[in-house]
Unconditional design. Structure first.
Length: 439
């Protein structure tokens, strides 16, 4: 069955305006042109009994079911499990609500909490937050926008965002007080210790991201070891998050991570120059012995080839040496795990008549590998940045015909039957007259 799904999805019609979703008993069905059918699920065994579903402002449909939380959209014909992590509620889901702030509220039989829609991390409430004891039966919207969580003894209402907004301060890098605007230097090539403090409803949770990338990374409390950074200059953004997944105003931090002694620029340049001279001397000495009209030309070419191959070998051994054109070989030999996800960033244009079309990244000035870095300001920078990007794209490529754009990440679930398109990650849908923006 999955094989038929994988083979047919790319050719499936996308008359999305006529597609609706509904519950048919304990089944989740897609309704298209009056025809009801149950979506095929990428998870073996399917979703089980379905209890509730809700749709986000950007068109993603989340389904609470016996086997967990699932997601679909009108653009695909599959139902895929959401890979929840980092504090999100897990287990059999009994209720789901997506609010206007692009957060997902999830109730499982044993827990209740909030989930971030793009990376799917979250916060699970505890008894200290006032939630009643499980097991829970349902989650619903109240008459005044509150969340109503029901268990066997009754119901409990919760109003999100009722407390003060989170705050954060970045105090020190490796014990040295942070000076605003200054570049801090880490002591170790492995990373650095970051000290922060803040306040947030339910206790602050701290995250950081590269200033040019949208992915948030969890910090281990107020004193965190930041690892997995390449040597060099890093522009970071640090925030505090509360239990409702509200973010504090960001704090920018610039940190310089040193290179290993062997790979320091001056030392590496001297070693590389010495190695190149040694290789050249060997080839030219051999050419002099052999003689001949083209001997020295062959020696020069042999030297260049040998130096390039040696650089590739070094790049394969030392991760910090990898950089174009000496990229090493790991990128060509990585093997995807079964049931993992493959991602592809997509920029979609919206014409004046509402038609949608994919914008080829290279033609728009965005290489695939720098796409997220260049569009992060439009995701986090507010309406002004999105208007600037829209004006730039329209002026340079569409001559007044572009009314809006969409930024998303298309995904495929890698199954034994082949790759199956699943619901994308929606970042921004921007039209000045009808604006929906991810948090």
């Amino acid at each position: 069955m999955l094989a038929l799904l994988a083979a047919s999805l790319l050719a499936a019609p996308r008359a999305q305006d006529s597609i609706e979703f509904a519950l048919d008993g304990e089944r989740f069905v897609r309704i298209e042109h009056g025809t009801r059918r149950e979506l095929l699920c990428t998870l073996d065994g399917g979703p089980g009994a379905v209890h509730a579903f809700d749709e986000s402002p950007l068109g993603l449909v989340f389904v609470a079911a016996e086997h967990g939380l699932f997601v679909t959209s009108r653009a695909v014909q599959s139902l895929d499990p959401v890979d929840l992590w980092q504090g999100a509620p897990t287990g059999p889901a009994v209720g789901v609500i997506v609010d206007s702030n692009e957060r997902l509220w999830l109730a499982t039989r044993e827990s209740f909490g909030c989930v971030e829609l793009h990376q799917h991390f979250g916060r699970t409430f505890s008894a200290a937050d006032g939630v009643p004891p499980p097991p829970y039966r349902s989650l619903a919207r109240g008459a005044h926008g509150e969340l109503v969580l029901a268990n066997a003894n009754g119901s409990w209402s919760y109003v999100p965002d009722s407390g003060s907004a989170p705050t954060v301060r970045v105090l020190a890098v490796d014990g040295v007080a942070v000076v605003p605007g200054a570049t801090m230097r880490a002591r170790s090539t492995d990373g650095f210790e970051l000290a922060v403090e803040g306040s947030a409803l339910g206790g602050a949770e701290y995250r950081r991201r590269d200033a040019r990338h949208p992915i948030w990374y969890l910090l281990d409390g107020e004193h965190s070891n930041v690892r997995a950074l390449e040597p060099g200059r890093h522009e970071l953004v640090v925030t505090a998050w509360d239990r409702d997944l509200r973010r504090s105003p960001p704090v920018e931090l610039v940190v310089d991570v040193p290179y290993p002694p062997l790979l320091e620029h001056k030392r590496l340049a001297l070693v590389a120059a010495a190695a190149a001279l040694a290789i050249a001397a060997a080839f030219f000495t051999r050419a002099r012995r052999r003689g001949g009209r083209n001997a020295f030309r062959r020696a020069a070419l042999s030297t260049i080839v040998a130096v390039v191959l040696a650089a590739q070998f070094v790049a394969a051994l030392f991760p910090h040496a990898r950089g174009w054109p000496f990229v090493g070989f790991g990128m060509y030999t990585d093997v995807a795990e079964p049931f993992s996800l493959a991602y592809r960033d997509v920029l979609v244009g919206i014409g004046r008549g509402g038609e949608r079309f994919e914008i080829e990244l290279w033609s728009a000035g965005f290489g695939q590998y720098v796409f997220r870095r260049m569009l992060v300001p439009s995701i986090f920078g507010g309406a002004a940045e999105r208007d600037r990007l829209l004006d730039e794209l329209d002026r340079e490529h569409f001559h007044g015909e572009l009314a809006g754009f969409e930024i998303r990440c298309d995904r495929q679930r890698l199954t034994a039957a082949g790759p199956i398109p699943v619901a994308p990650i929606e970042y921004v849908v921007h039209r000045p007259e009808a604006r929906h923006v991810a948090r």
